[in-house]
Design a protein around this ligand. Structure first.
Ligand SMILES: [Cu+2]
Length: 573
């Protein structure tokens, strides 16, 4: 009797025990061949991108990382929920990994989906130090597919990260090749009239910005799974199959607009979390975001995966084909968008308008419509004499509330069909109960484009105090983009619940992209003790100051302290 009981107990314990996986990664100098140029870079296990780490939800992983470089390194597991000491940010999580040293990461896998990993040291990530993570869920997935592929994008530049940073500091428009020319001026003058064009140019000149200033760093070759457009990475399929494509944008600086001409894509996951399926013709992927889409291919022919950079300075190309070597037509890139006065509005507000007079606090913060109105209804009186035609509310076109009304960046599907908006994303299974935030923290995304300094609330990382959060609170972050660049904001260690006005169905992400002159809200359940990084994921923005350390006080070990603190909370940060 006793013996049987013990056997049963042991059996039960076995099934309860998490499986454990051990993985080894080496950090190596590698050659990166883009088809346009060959460049020395950094990779994992001898290649860039590194291997796809296929993990299982519920397992405890041990990952041994050996640094074969002659400089410090680190690996950050982007989007993974883990103890802060395992998060891989030198100076915040740990000291980093010295040359020749092996660091052993150990943490439980408590989630499923598509993620990635990359170095958090210097410019090793733009230099090639990144790879993909695919986590198989414990339970069944709410959608069907026959096979899956990682589709990992990057913007490989012939210059090293250090050199790019130096050049940007020397001249912020060093890599901007789409500056408007004198010829453009006369063409525009023909269209709009000389005075209007001149006023427009003087205005922009005065602001020391360029209409074409969408991509700081042009001149890259876009790679998909390490292959340039000519090298054409190809994923094979059998006609009739459903294929899951796990898009990961591992670029240093570049947003991509992605489409597969001839195929509708069903978006099923964003940043690793399942969303209610949305059928789209095209979607924009911010730096460091992931989107999983499912395509069903009936015909025995090839399809092009076409990824145009948002500023149209380059494109990635890959192929889905029933047989190796088959290809499909590669579209022409569309014309480069130009920023409009609407994209400048946040900057104008900051530079020329009375900030105190503006209702940024918003009495009703829970209302997304209000957030959108914040920029839509701004006082444009200060721009008297400006050409407002560029700001016309895009009449019949579907307009995306996550862009300023009239923004030059407003996405449009190439085939006139559906372009994914953040507003379409709804959680499949909410991770958290919905509740009121305990307080709001405003983060104005700021910068001096001329000096190439990027900051939060006008303060660079090196001059900033950490942002202190209390374990157990739910913080509402208000991002106000006062610059003309789009910033993909990434909080480590805790989820970012993007406010799309859907309450508990708001999607849960790890990167929140904030377009020029817009205000976007996200909420965080502060459920991870320790210290974490919070930054713009554009490599050269993060490195020049758009970065914060977050300290979470309290936690499971100090529940009493937390309860007493809770009573005293509320109000502004
Ligand atoms: Cu940024």
């Amino acid at each position: 009797m006793m013996k049987q009981w013990i056997v049963a107990l042991a059996g039960g314990m076995l099934s309860l025990a998490a499986s454990a996986g051990e993985y080894n990664l080496t950090v190596d100098r590698v050659q990166i061949d883009t088809g346009d140029f060959v460049k020395e870079g950094i990779g994992y296990n001898g290649a860039s991108p590194g291997p796809v780490l296929r993990l299982k939800e519920g397992e405890d992983v041990t990952i041994n990382v050996t640094n074969n470089l002659d400089e410090m390194t680190s690996i950050h597991w982007h989007g993974l929920i883990l103890p802060y000491q395992q998060d891989g940010v030198p100076g915040i999580s740990y000291a980093g990994i010295k040359p020749g040293e092996t660091f052993t990461y150990q943490f439980p896998i408590v989630q499923a989906g598509t993620y990635w990993f990359h170095s958090h040291s210097g410019f090793q990530e733009p230099n090639g130090a990144y790879g993909a993570i695919v986590i198989e869920p414990k339970g069944r997935e709410p959608f069907r597919y026959d096979r899956d592929y990682v589709v990992q994008l990057t913007d490989k530049h012939p210059h090293s990260g250090d050199r790019i940073m130096r050049n940007l500091k020397m001249s912020a428009d060093y890599y901007n090749r789409q500056q408007q020319t004198v010829g453009d001026f006369f063409a525009e003058a023909d269209e709009k009239g000389f005075v209007a064009t001149l006023e427009d140019r003087l205005m922009w000149g005065d602001m020391r910005m360029m209409k074409a200033d969408i991509e700081d760093v042009q001149g890259f070759t876009a790679l998909i799974n390490g292959k340039g457009p000519e090298q054409n990475w190809t994923g094979l399929f059998e006609p009739g199959e459903r294929i899951r494509l796990r898009f990961i944008n591992s670029s240093a600086m570049t947003y991509f607009d992605i489409r597969i001409p001839g195929l509708e894509m069903t978006v099923v996951q964003a940043d690793g979390n399942n969303v209610q399926p949305v059928n789209v013709d095209e979607f924009r992927i911010g730096v460091a975001e992931t989107y999983d889409v499912i395509v069903r291919i009936k015909d025995e022919k090839a399809y092009t995966i076409f990824a145009e950079s948002m500023g149209r300075s380059g494109f990635g190309r890959a192929t889905l084909a029933p047989k190796p070597g088959m290809t499909a037509a590669v579209p022409e890139m569309r014309e480069a968008p130009l920023l409009t006065m609407a994209d400048m509005a946040g900057h104008m507000d900051h530079g020329g308008m009375d900030h105190g007079g503006m209702d940024h606090g918003g009495a009703d913060q829970s209302d997304m419509g209000k957030a959108i109105m914040d920029h839509g209804s701004m006082n444009h009186g200060d721009m008297a004499g400006m050409d407002h035609s560029a700001m016309s509310m895009s009449g019949g076109d579907a307009s995306d509330p996550f862009y300023a009304a009239g923004s030059g960046l407003m996405p449009k599907a190439a085939n006139g069909g559906k372009f994914l908006s953040y507003a379409d994303l709804k959680a499949q299974n909410p991770l958290y109960e919905h509740r009121e935030a305990t307080r709001e923290i405003e983060m104005r995304l700021t910068g001096n484009m001329e000096r190439y300094e990027w900051s939060i609330n006008g303060v660079k990382y090196e001059d900033a105090d950490p942002v202190v959060l209390q374990y157990g609170e739910r913080v509402r972050f208000k991002f106000v983009n006062e610059t003309m660049m789009t910033h993909p904001m990434h909080l480590h260690g805790m989820w970012s619940i993007l406010d799309v006005g859907e309450g508990k169905w708001n999607p849960v992400k790890h990167v929140i992209s904030v377009s020029p002159a817009t205000t976007v809200y996200m909420e965080t359940e502060v459920d991870a003790p320790g210290q974490w990084a919070f930054h713009c994921h554009l490599s050269y923005h993060a490195a020049s100051g758009m970065f914060r350390k977050i300290v979470v006080e309290g936690g499971p070990d100090s529940e009493v302290a937390e309860r007493t603190q809770k009573g005293q909370q509320g109000g502004e940060s």
